[in-house]
Design a protein around this ligand. Sequence first.
Ligand code: BMA
Length: 323
Amino acid sequence: MVSKNVIPWEERPEGCKDVVWRYSKNPIIGRYETPTSNSIFNSAVVPYKDGFAGVFRCDNKAVQMNIHAGFSKDGINWEIEPEPITMQAGNTEMIHSDYKYDPRVAFIEDRYWVTWCNGYHGPTIGIAYTFDFKEFFQCENAFLPFNRNGVLFPEKINGKYCMLSRPSDNGHTPFGDIYLSYSPDMKFWGEHRSVLKVTPFEDSAWQCLKVGAGGVPIKTNDGWLMFYHGVIKTCSGYRYSMGAALLDLEQPDKVLYRTQPYLLAPATDYEMNGDVPNVVFPCASLHDEEGKVVIYYGAADTVVGIAFGRIPEIVEFVKNNSI
Ligand code: BMA
């Protein structure tokens, strides 16, 4: 999301040719930063007042998945609430939730909307809103089970809320394409459209098994810039990397460009080793008016890392390295 507050930043290291580069002091959030956490990863941040706020996936030491609010002055050092978010009823009566994970946060009009993977007879997309990251109001689930990676656009498109998602199964889904859906009211969702599909293995293998939306898309003159994760199945398991696509501004189910090479893939110790090895999983980004962007991602399902880039360079890269 665009930030008037100073976002975390570090220049591209000398000699580095990559379009996206990691923060030298990663990970920024360790696994044990709440008293009960086993891991803190796949989390979402936004500018808030004179700093930042966020919703963090904290799995506890019983390995129960839940989401916690957090605050930061600089976007790097975070105070995460020790207790999970307690929801109040929003646009419906309280809906049962077995677990919550992989949150995203979008500011639309007057409030922050949180979407996450909500355990309701299996995973589907939960929705809540908050004004202050203290009180949260839970709304209707967006979809039937099973679904993951619900990500809202930061503004209405053609007068409707618009959400990306990835229909899935109840397990470690061995398939997955990105769809989008519209809603007039954040309660009823429809007009489902296919957006981005997996690639043939021989074209771009890192995204040949499944793809899922990352953070809230960024509006650029060349289209909506969407960071996404792509997955390959190797002989030792799934490997999650990050790519980017440009979607048509008025009709975002139309993919204009998508990267053939990845922008970031597991390569450091904290991305290759952890509870789930080889995972880079973007869930949010912050950018400023100069076009600097910082991407927040879960690493190895254990910790949170950040990576930097410049939006104009990333847009050029996506256009010039598209399938
Ligand atoms: C997905 C989700 C993510 C996780 C990823 C890799 O299915 O559970 O939260 O990061 O698998 O384990």
